[in-house]
Design a protein. Sequence first.
Length: 324
Amino acid sequence: MENREAMGWPNTACSEFTRFIADSTNITGLVLVHKGQIVMEYGNISENSYIASCRKSVLALLYGKYVDNGMIDLDMTLEDLKINDVTKLLPIEKRATIKDLISARSGVYLRASNGGDFRRFAPERGSVEPGSHWLYNNWDFNVAGYIFEQETQSNIYDEINSQLALPLQMQDWDRGLQKKSGNKELSKFPAYHMWFSTRDMARMGLLMLRNGKWKEKQIIPKDWVHEVLKQRTSYLEAQKSVPLLKKDGLDLGYGYMWWLIENTTDLRLKNAYSAQGALGQNITVYPEIDVVLAFKTNSIYRRRNSIQTQMKVIRKAVEIYNAP
């Protein structure tokens, strides 16, 4: 981190940002990476803890290999895949595809086995065609995880180990910490919860920034990274569906299980995108300036950040950058 000032990160501004993190947030670990080098860190960056909905963005990475080799066909419907639940699917809902699930556009508004989504904003069941309406609903994401395992005959956590942890040389990944959970009386599809360290989260962000490549080896198909980041839902549509999003401080669209930062005049934020999780879990990638930010809270300390605080951190982290 000795060279950070020469790289455009003034020490005084970095110190002020650190004070902001300490005084105005509940962040327990933060890493800022520029051109592949850590230019700033805060807190405990090696501690594994719950990453909440960032898990969905991790699953998006795992899908690439199997979409590329044809084992997963994104156009298969829930009916094709023989998917049903505790509450039976309506005929219209069975027409939803894998593509609809991973873009949060399935039109299926059943309760998930875990909370933490925007289902309260859902239209009436059966009232919208699959693919026509965006709503962030955990049922979609949990079923996307179930389908991944059904079609690949492989466990999600084993796939993280082989596709990400080993090739990225993750320093803190612990397969033994990973476990699914959920209320199976509500839905038979559990949530595939994940535990990562901040610095290992940053590695996944850097993998995305490098278009799926790590040390000259293509880990995730480049075309798939582009598909994941292609706009499936604009910020305007997302805000219309979930009015709360208008108050979060950044305009967010949606791709395949990654949030897209839109409608910004700040070059540093142009084309940026994020994995985001409740309590304050975040990986944000800023392609225009070759930067990755990862930060989190650890729920065992009962520390949490609001979405508004997360958005403020995303902005402030790069407002201090001045290209040399």
